[in-house]
Design a protein around this ligand. Sequence first.
Ligand SMILES: Nc1nc2c(ncn2[C@@H]2O[C@H](COP(=O)(O)OP(=O)(O)OP(=O)(O)O)[C@@H](O)[C@H]2O)c(=O)[nH]1
Ligand SMILES: [Mg+2]
Length: 453
Amino acid sequence: MVGHRIVSSTSYNTSHTIAAEATPSGRGGVSVIRISGAEAGGIVGRLFDRELPGKGEHRFGRLLRRTAEAENLIDEVVISCFKAPNSYTGEDVYEISTHGSPVVTADTLSALYEQGARPAAPGEFTLRAFLNGRIDLTQAEAVADLVNASSRDAADQALKQLGGGIGRAAEKIGEKVMKLLTQCELELDFVEDDVELISRDAKIGLLNEALSETRAMLEGYHRSRRLREGVNVAITGPPNVGKSSLFNSMVGEERAIVHREPGTTRDTLQAECVIKGIGFQLFDTAGIRATASEVEDEGVRRAYEIAERAELVIAVNSVDVEPEVTVAEKINGVVIKVLNKIDMAPGEATDGFLPVSAKRGDGLDDLKDALYGAIVKDDRITASTVSRERHFNAVSKAEERLRSARRCIEEDFPAEMTAEELREAAAAMDELTGKRSLDEMLEGIFSNFCIGK
Ligand SMILES: Nc1nc2c(ncn2[C@@H]2O[C@H](COP(=O)(O)OP(=O)(O)OP(=O)(O)O)[C@@H](O)[C@H]2O)c(=O)[nH]1
Ligand SMILES: [Mg+2]
């Protein structure tokens, strides 16, 4: 992939050699410490008691901390070598595999720092991969998504994006836009001769193709984003309607205390329920009522707070409880109304409510379908499907400009106007892949990484 025209970010100095633990900190079989930069070989070489491995090789040996007085063994290690430009970052990279001991990794890192490396900032290895043109911005984001994925579907989605599908789709659109732009320039230069190298219909045809490609990128966005982000769902309602019972049956575990006494739940409980690959974070809350108990009152206050912040609210009622307050009416956002304990009154009219029995499991699949349906409007995910709001905005902007360009051509507006729309469309696609990134945008993305990535 080609290098990016990009201003390097101020707080990430790429002339330094950086080091960090790439594996999670703590005890384990092995820990891997990654070091990247022009000085990597020199720094590691001064600590290793053998010759460094060559490109693509690894070598076993002793890592030593040398001072004027003594030579102390840090650990017996394996060092792997990845030479620029064919490494993760595009720079010289060495990976030191030590025993998975926090003491050893701390000593290894401080020895590396003594020799001239500096601690890597979060995401800095991936940032360098991006700056050196190894990956585009959407692939860098996919690295973070893969690391953070909490379901197989979410990991698959990140892997698709890591494969560069979004970048390739953007490039295809970009080529069409450039072809049209060149045409506009020619027309501007030869305006008197009235040249037309590409017919009007052919131009519209190209724009239609580009537009169906942007459409394809946007389709599936809702599901894709949800796979990454998950959805918060509050379970609310009056006391004793079976909120905790419902929470337990959705989660498939006896997490919350269930009791016939009203006012059982006070603290908020949270657990995940995966529906078609998407992680729904369910919150069980205190039953809402006016109460003399200060503790229960605090629970009620929190229940409202959770319901207000959640994207979805399951408002539970039951056939045997006459509610004091109708919770659903007090909440903005998407509310799914459920009537529980339907086993106690089979055939009860349930207008507007989804009938369920938390106890017997009736209606739970319908409730899951309703949750999924309320959030996901499109199922189709392909390698070019965008997964973040940032992507969605950029591609939508490009789409809008392409439509305007098509209108300009259809209505025979001057070529300058078409060209302007096309340039804006190209800029939006460049923003997507990071060809023209801004410092803040970079930092926004990379500072959310964990160190060592
Ligand atoms: N028959 C029947 N009983 C149920 C059902 N769901 C819950 N119950 C009973 O209703 C009572 C209250 O259940 P909980 O799940 O504790 O209700 P809650 O809404 O969490 O109550 P609070 O935490 O006090 O607000 C318990 O005795 C449950 O066994 C159901 O589907 N059918
Ligand atoms: Mg409860």
